[in-house]
Design a protein around this ligand. Structure first.
Ligand code: SF4
Length: 363
């Protein structure tokens, strides 16, 4: 398949690995920010092919995983209301809240529907004017433009029975939070290419300078990941810390100006809680005042939801790169993809799911 197969070429992968080995003289710890990159690394065994001492630390870039428990519980509370049609991407349905998940709420009679686009949810709202339709709008800068467009369309078309439960998070403040953690071991980052395809690369050079870390904008296929690692290690070995773009086929320096304009109209920056990590200042988006009527939290009274994490789950440490998934005592025993305790085992981009699916390690 064009643009995929040529980025999995084994001869080119071996060549990049030889270059990485030739460039490396000492141990380095790199963090891949995005869960898609984590899955590529674990699925293809890239971490096991790197020079001794070069460690890939898995970052918090799985949107499902970092959606705070309190927001999941609010989703469950809204979905259970009579008259509500609750729409979501499929990977949110099995994410455990404090007591149950959206599948269980649906099993108890709620109208919970899987959609493939927020615009599908808007269509459901248009076709069901006597029902309240809520779309679960989570994710990084990547998914936000489609949600912004949908709310913009709802307002333009006067579809008032549609609202968005918003939990968008932003990558650059998360990089700052990781670097400012006293337990931080990260010396360089692979930034998430799809985020930069929307937002561009301009937010990253100041982070490289401030924290003295190379940041390489990186794609998701094996050769993309290897090239990102190569560029990060070459910089570290040379004592450089710049932001470089190793994914130019998808990431222009300015990102997608049209999408950014839509985002600026619909969303504004807010503090946001990250599941397992805590509140990071200025790390999320919420709807601006112009669109407040379309905010599900504003429309439905969901205050008084008290979230309680599983005492066994160490996903917060996994998301901060402090432990590997199989170092959690519950991994593969009481926590599996069929019976997950934490979101990192549920999500298709979660690190625990990646280790369970590809690494065949047991806890
Ligand atoms: S293995 Fe399960 S319980 Fe342990 S950190 Fe991962 S999601 Fe949480």
């Amino acid at each position: 398949m064009k643009y995929l197969d040529e980025f999995s070429d084994p001869d080119l992968a071996r060549s990049l690995l030889r270059q990485i080995h030739a460039a490396t003289t000492r141990p380095w710890a790199l963090m891949e920010v995005c869960g898609g990159q984590t899955h590529s690394i674990i699925r293809h065994g890239i971490d096991q092919l790197l020079p001794d001492g070069v460690e890939m630390i898995h970052g918090p870039g799985c949107p499902v995983c970092v959606t705070p428990l309190s927001v999941i519980d609010k989703a469950l509370a809204i979905a259970a209301r009579p008259g509500v049609i609750f729409c979501s991407f499929g990977d949110m349905l099995r994410v455990p809240g404090s007591g149950r998940d959206l599948f269980e709420v649906r099993g108890a009679g709620a109208d919970v529907r899987v959609v493939y686009s927020p615009l599908d949810a808007l269509g459901i709202a248009r076709d069901n004017p006597d029902r309240e339709v809520v779309f679960f709008g989570i994710g990084f800068e990547t998914t936000a433009p489609a949600n912004a467009l949908t709310v913009h369309q709802a307002r333009r078309l006067g579809i008032r029975n549609f609202s968005l439960l918003v939990s968008h998070v932003l990558v650059p403040p998360a990089i700052s939070a990781i670097m400012e953690s006293p337990r931080c071991r990260v010396q360089g980052f692979l930034a998430a290419g799809h985020v930069c395809s929307v937002m561009g690369t301009s937010e990253y050079p100041s982070l490289s300078r401030k924290y003295g870390v190379p940041i390489v904008v990186t794609g998701f296929e094996p050769l993309d990941v290897l090239e990102g690692i190569r560029q990060a290690i070459v910089q570290l070995e040379q004592g450089r810390h710049e932001t470089l773009n190793a994914y130019p086929r998808a990431v222009p320096e300015t990102g997608n100006p049209v999408a950014r304009e839509m985002l600026a109209d619909v969303f504004e920056v807010t503090d946001r809680a990250w599941r397992g990590i805590g509140t990071i200042p200025g790390s999320g988006w919420r709807l601006t005042d112009r669109y407040r009527d379309f905010d599900a939290e504003h429309r439905f009274d969901v205050t008084g939801v008290h979230a309680a994490e599983s005492a066994l789950c160490r996903s917060g440490e996994v998301l901060q790169g402090l432990i590997k998934p199989h170092e959690c005592a519950a991994f593969g025993r009481v926590c599996t993809p069929r019976q997950p305790l934490g979101a990192t085992m549920v999500s298709s981009e979660g690190a625990c799911a990646a280790y369970y699916t590809y690494r065949r390690v047991t806890g």
